[in-house]
Structures are given as structure tokens and as C-alpha cells.
Write a protein that binds this ligand. Structure first.
Ligand code: ADP
Ligand code: MG
Length: 250
């Protein structure tokens, strides 16, 4: 795998029991590239990005990430490998999964202290920098339930970034937000992309994908139906399936 490739997926197939989720999915993600994954509900988008950081095992194919090569269908890689991947690949989910009994600050510094062995002052300093960037420094001592959904999602982003990830995965980070709160989260993600972060983002925000993504991957019918430069796929889809889908959502 050449040096500028951050993630390479080759012919990946994933099933839950007998149920096929997707098959033969291949994708190269280059360093600093932003890849948006779009497609109908149930297409396997969430499952696919969870296979990338090995929150899910997969059945066939190969995943190359962070100098690891993982073959599908084999015994789990060693624990340290899985932990290393999950430490270096950040993820923000659809739901705001902050720890409710911890303050914003405590949510952010927990993993850096426990996993990266940062001291509390070091971790707090970095957390404040990150909160400042997303405009939430003044909410550091609050509990998640006192924050809006958009604020919670920006804290979740800070929590992921506090681990200094090399790759970020997003699974529809704005789909549970009230419409007026979507912009603030997208804007934080946009800044991250501009800063050169390698990102794979499942989204139904087509305008955002067009603006921020380099590459768009359209998943449907258990596979990748179409992929290419963002504008090309979104404005001039080649397959009938993608045309249909985009016609419906745009
Ligand atoms: P998308 O994110 O594109 O909506 P998902 O990856 O969530 O799609 O789901 C793809 C398919 O896999 C669906 O049929 C879903 O019901 C199934 N699925 C997802 N997660 C699980 C699971 N943990 N166990 C069994 N089936 C699952
Ligand atoms: Mg999903």
C-alpha cells in the first residue's frame, strides 16, 4: 500500500448470520481525503464504517489500515491491534453518546488520560483548546443533558479529536439534530476537513457532501454501486440506481 493511502478495503463482504449486508466493497482512502458515503437506509453504510475501525468483524476481503493488514473471516486480530486501531481512528456516531454522569471536560479527558496516559493538566489543556475551536469552552463544567443536541455532538467531536486520531469516521452525525442545529456541527466538520484530516463520513446532507467531500461512494443493493469525484457522482450519476436515489433526495 503506497504511503499516501490511509485505508484500503479490498473486496470486503459482511454478513450478520445468513443475512448479507454488503459484498465486494473496495475503497481506497488517501491521506487528507474526505470520502462521503451516501445511499438508502439499510444499505449497510453504518456497518461498513464500523468494519473499518473493526467495531464489527467482516467475513471476506482485506482491510489495510495504519500499517495493519486484516483478513476477513479469520480469528480476531490481537487485542492490542484492535485497541490501537480504535485509539488512532476516531468516530462520531449518530446519537450523542456522551457519558451522562460526567461533565463535558471529564468526557473529553477520560480516554486521553486512561489510554494515552496523559496527565490531567495536559489532557485538560488540550480539551480546552478543542472546546474553544467549536465555541464551547464556557460549557466545560456542564453535564451533557444541559446541552443542546448540536452542542453535545460538538463535544463528541472534541472527545474523538482529543485522542489525536489519524483518521475520523462519522456516521450521520447530524441526522438526529433539529434542523437549526445541523449547521454548527457541519461547520466543525468542515473545519476539520480543511485542516487535512482524513475522513470517511456517512451523510444524507448532499449539499455538504458536494462541498466538503473529494469522493462520493453510493452504496445500495448490498454493494458500492457508484463512486467517483463528489461533483461527478452527485451531479452526473452514471448508474440508474444512483440517479433514482439522488432524484429522490435532492
Ligand atoms: P445503513 O447505515 O445504510 O442504514 P446498516 O449498516 O445500519 O445500514 O444496516 C444494514 C443491514 O444490516 C440492515 O438490514 C440491518 O438491519 C442489518 N444490521 C445492522 N446491524 C446489525 C446487527 N448488529 N445485527 C444484525 N443485523 C444488523
Ligand atoms: Mg446507518
Amino acid at each position: 500500500m503506497s504511503k499516501d493511502v490511509a485505508v484500503r478495503v479490498t473486496n470486503m463482504t459482511k454478513r450478520f448470520g445468513d443475512q448479507l449486508v454488503f459484498e465486494n466493497v473496495s475503497l481506497d482512502v488517501h491521506k487528507s481525503e474526505v470520502v462521503a458515503i451516501i445511499g438508502p437506509s439499510g444499505a449497510g453504510k453504518s456497518t461498513f464504517i464500523r468494519c473499518i475501525n473493526r467495531l464489527h468483524p467482516f467475513d471476506e476481503g482485506t482491510l489495510e489500515i495504519l500499517n495493519y493488514t486484516i483478513e476477513g473471516g479469520k480469528a480476531d486480530p490481537p487485542r492490542q491491534v484492535l485497541q490501537d486501531i480504535r485509539t488512532r481512528v476516531g468516530m462520531v456516531f449518530q446519537t450523542f453518546n456522551l457519558f451522562p454522569h460526567l461533565t463535558v471536560m471529564e468526557n473529553i479527558i477520560l480516554a486521553p488520560m486512561e489510554v494515552k496516559r496523559k496527565t490531567r493538566p495536559e489532557a485538560e489543556k488540550r480539551a480546552m483548546e478543542l472546546l474553544d475551536v467549536v465555541g464551547l469552552a464556557h460549557k466545560a463544567e456542564m453535564y451533557p443533558k444541559r446541552l443542546s443536541g448540536g452542542e453535545q455532538q460538538r463535544v463528541a467531536l472534541c472527545r474523538a479529536l482529543a485522542m489525536d486520531p489519524e483518521i475520523m469516521l462519522f456516521d450521520e452525525p447530524t441526522s438526529m439534530l433539529d434542523p437549526e442545529l445541523v449547521g454548527e456541527v457541519l461547520s466543525a466538520i468542515r473545519d476539520l476537513a480543511k485542516g487535512g484530516m482524513t475522513m470517511i463520513l456517512v451523510t444524507h446532507e448532499m449539499m455538504f457532501a458536494k462541498e466538503v467531500a473529494d469522493t462520493v461512494v453510493f452504496m445500495a443493493d448490498h454493494t458500492v454501486v457508484e463512486k467517483g469525484p463528489a461533483r461527478q457522482v452527485l451531479e452526473h450519476p452514471q448508474t440508474e440506481r444512483a440517479q433514482q436515489f439522488l432524484h429522490r433526495v435532492l
